[in-house]
Design a protein around this ligand. Structure first.
Ligand code: NAD
Length: 302
């Protein structure tokens, strides 16, 4: 007998991979680690956010990050560069934060103000404090599988898959998007989990021919509604990283209605990757704090 006699009359719907419970678990782990750190080292590590002029979206993101810091017991510190944001001023602030022993992690407003080269940040930010994986050293370490910090969003994608019980080994993962903050690092992390990985981008021909082969589909294009249910392999697991604002509403890259009828599981937007990303960032800060505290203890030992 069917447990739910109405089930056959209804279209099947994919399981919703909500970010909130995963983020809550991660935050609980970080909170315990921060408390233990404070007990061992006698101070609260800080995450510093370098704010360059005025950006509404970054200001909103920053409020979320400061709340996340407070919820795990980390110090969240805003550092503002007001007025004309020159390369020299950004370098000077980053050097000051690099040298501050209580600052364990640094994030920098993205996108950067027009005219400021990303190299100003990637060449100055101490890789040990680069908790959102922007610097070439961290990209290299992640690629080689030697640790390092992957961008928090990329790692959040993997946390969602792992903590939702998806067994990744041998699966075909298709990623739509090849940016350095999402698409490429997600590909590296999925390769590390022994997936077969295909990366698609704006110039990919016949996107649908790739997406239909995906056991795991990660969409990070910033193109609302790009992926529909008919572009999916039945039973696929879909992670929608996209966030765009349309008529004041946050929407993803996947048309959730049609996709949920074909996929086995799908992340919602909002409420999927976003909250997990913030929690992963907290995890990176306490990891960075531990490494830095060990290094300064070693340096102080005669
Ligand atoms: P990006 O613009 O740097 O890169 C987008 C990528 O998608 C490019 O490689 C491009 O070639 C590809 N692409 C765009 N349109 C495409 C199309 N029609 N077909 C195939 N490929 C296409 O963007 P990004 O920084 O990687 O961000 C991607 C999305 O993820 C955005 O919506 C962004 O807001 C979101 N995002 C979310 C989080 C989060 O925490 N939830 C974090 C970072 C980014």
């Amino acid at each position: 007998m069917l447990a739910d006699p109405g089930a056959l009359d209804r279209p099947a719907r994919g399981r919703l991979l909500a970010g909130a419970p995963i983020a809550a678990d991660l935050r609980a782990e970080v909170r315990a680690a921060v408390e233990a750190f404070r007990g061992r080292h006698g101070y609260t590590p800080a995450l510093a956010a370098l704010v360059l002029g005025r950006s509404e979206p970054f200001a909103r993101y920053l409020q979320q990050i400061l709340r996340a810091c407070a919820s795990v017991g980390l110090e969240g510190r805003e550092v503002h560069v007001e007025g004309r944001v020159s390369a020299a001023r950004v370098r000077a602030e980053l050097c000051r934060l690099n040298a501050d022993p209580h600052v364990a992690g640094i994030i920098v407003q993205q996108p950067l103000p027009r005219g400021l080269s990303p190299r100003v940040v990637t060449e100055t930010l101490d890789p040990a404090k680069d908790v959102d994986g922007l610097t070439p050293l961290n990209t290299g370490l992640v690629t080689l599988g030697y640790g390092g910090f992957a961008p928090a969003t990329a790692e959040a994608t993997l946390e969602i898959l792992r903590r939702s019980g998806v067994s990744l080994e041998g699966l075909h993962a298709v990623i739509v998007g090849r940016s350095h903050v999402v698409g490429r690092p997600v590909a590296q992390l999925l390769l590390r989990e022994h997936c077969t990985v295909t990366i698609c981008h704006r110039r990919t021909r016949e996107l649908v021919s790739h997406t239909r082969q995906a056991d795991v589909l990660v969409v990070a294009a910033g193109a609302p509604g790009l992926v529909t249910g008919e572009m999916l392999k039945p039973g696929a697991v879909v992670v929608d990283v996209g966030t765009s604002v349309i008529d004041g509403r946050i929407v993803g890259d996947v048309e959730s209605e049609s996709a949920a009828r074909v996929a086995a599981a799908i992340t919602p937007v909002p409420g999927g990757v976003g909250p997990v990303t913030n929690a992963v960032l907290m995890q990176h800060v306490i990891r960075a704090a531990e490494v830095q505290a060990r290094a300064s203890r070693r340096a102080a030992t005669p």
